[in-house]
Design a protein around this ligand. Structure first.
Ligand code: DX5
Ligand code: ZN
Length: 218
């Protein structure tokens, strides 16, 4: 099943509950929370307190993308705050197998993200253990950036590896997705679509989400 995961980074934080209701009415399947520490990425966003608030607002799965240094220090806090998926960056975690194992032991599903310049090869040894791979199609840190076209090849290659070895991890793509490129990204093999500004910066949040959900469900 193709999954639409609106990123609240681009939402109006003064009306977060209302904005989440609007994407729920637009068919959102998950809520993507972009956690940024101003060190791993040049932007500072929010932490477990906001995730706790989101948990009280929605019953949808919360998919937290940890763009932070030393994510091991905060994994338990984010899971206790209500995260269902925890994705850490391969570039930032030295003992990745231990981190992935701990996320699962703590009751969440484990994801690993790679930046646009990080090769898929760096994931080979962790693929048997993860529930999701996040392919960053922009350089992390900000919403509203343009989709990096070479990400399509990365998605297709990862899909081939998944099928060749019969892995069951989800392929998530994050950054610059919109109603013009989302079908091609879906055909390339994406399972989970993270969309921020194309939804929350649009004139109508619900209909934008509905349009994207229809495009990926075709
Ligand atoms: C960027 C974040 C993305 C971003 C997506 O670092 O990981 O989730 O918020 O936003 P758009 O869809 O606007 O690129
Ligand atoms: Zn993200």
């Amino acid at each position: 099943m193709k999954t639409l995961a609106p990123s609240i980074l681009s939402a109006d934080f003064g009306n977060l509950a209302q904005q989440i209701r609007m994407v729920e009415m637009g068919g959102a399947d998950w809520i993507h929370c972009d956690i940024m520490d101003g060190k791993f990425v040049p932007n500072l966003s929010f932490g477990p307190l906001v995730v706790e608030a989101v948990r009280k607002i929605t019953k949808l799965p919360i998919d937290s993308h940890l763009m932070i240094q030393r994510p091991d220090d905060l994994i338990e806090e984010f899971i206790n705050a209500g995260c269902n998926y925890i994705t850490v960056h391969q570039e930032e975690v030295v003992h990745l197998h231990r981190t992935v194992t701990r996320i699962k032991e703590l009751g969440a599903k484990a994801g690993v993200a790679i930046n646009p310049a990080t090769p898929l090869d760096s994931l080979v040894e962790i693929l048997p253990f993860v529930e999701m791979i996040l392919i960053m199609s922009v350089n992390p840190g900000f919403g509203g950036q343009s989709f990096i076209e070479t990400s399509l090849t990365k998605i297709r290659t990862l899909k081939e590896i998944k099928e060749t070895f019969d892995y069951d991890f989800l392929i998530e793509v994050d950054g610059g997705l919109n109603n013009k490129n989302i079908k091609e990204i879906s055909e390339a093999g994406c399972d989970v679509f993270v969309v921020g500004s194309s939804i929350f910066s649009s004139d109508n949040i619900t209909s934008s989400a509905l349009e994207l959900k229809n495009l990926i469900s075709q």
